[in-house]
Every structure is written in structure tokens, then in C-alpha cells.
Unconditional design. Sequence first.
Length: 105
Amino acid sequence: MNNDKKTLQEAFPLFKLLTLEECLIAIWWQYHKEGDNYKDVMCCGKPVIVGGWIGPEHAHCEICGKGIQDMTGLLPMSEVSASVIDFEKVDVPEDGRVWVPERFW
């Protein structure tokens, strides 16, 4: 790790970063895990909506509104703009703790 870089957790001190599975458990979503893949992710008896611009970066339930966000993905900055972290200034953890149980989109 470059000592001049912040950790991803330091970049987002208001959120506790979790693995994808920890996030799914934290918001009580049902799922099936096959290897590294999560399938049939459900909330309120229906499949969650998954989206992203650089891959699957966020998901939410259309019924109750709960959601999750990958903090290394595209993040909303305002109603009309979005951004990503500066990967030259932030170290991304290798343990997969990049998710938060929050709906941003």
C-alpha cells in the first residue's frame, strides 16, 4: 500500500464498508451463493433491481426502497452529476469491503 494513499474506509468515514455478502445479510435480503456469484437476490418477495455503469454497482428493492452501493463505482454527486473515487489517491481493499447498505440511486 502506498502510504500517501487513503484507505477506502478513510475516504468514506461516515459509512462502514462491508463485503457484498455482509451487505446482503445486513439488510435481510435473501440470496443464493454459487462460488463468487450471488443469484436470485430477493427482497419483499421480488427480485432486487441491479444497476451500474462500470458493472453491478448498486441494487435496490422497488417495494421497500432498501439498497446497497459499491463505493468504488459511480457515485451521485448531485441531481445532475456523478463521479468515481480517485484510484491514484485511494487504496481499494483486497477483502471486498467496498459495499454499504445504503441506496444512493
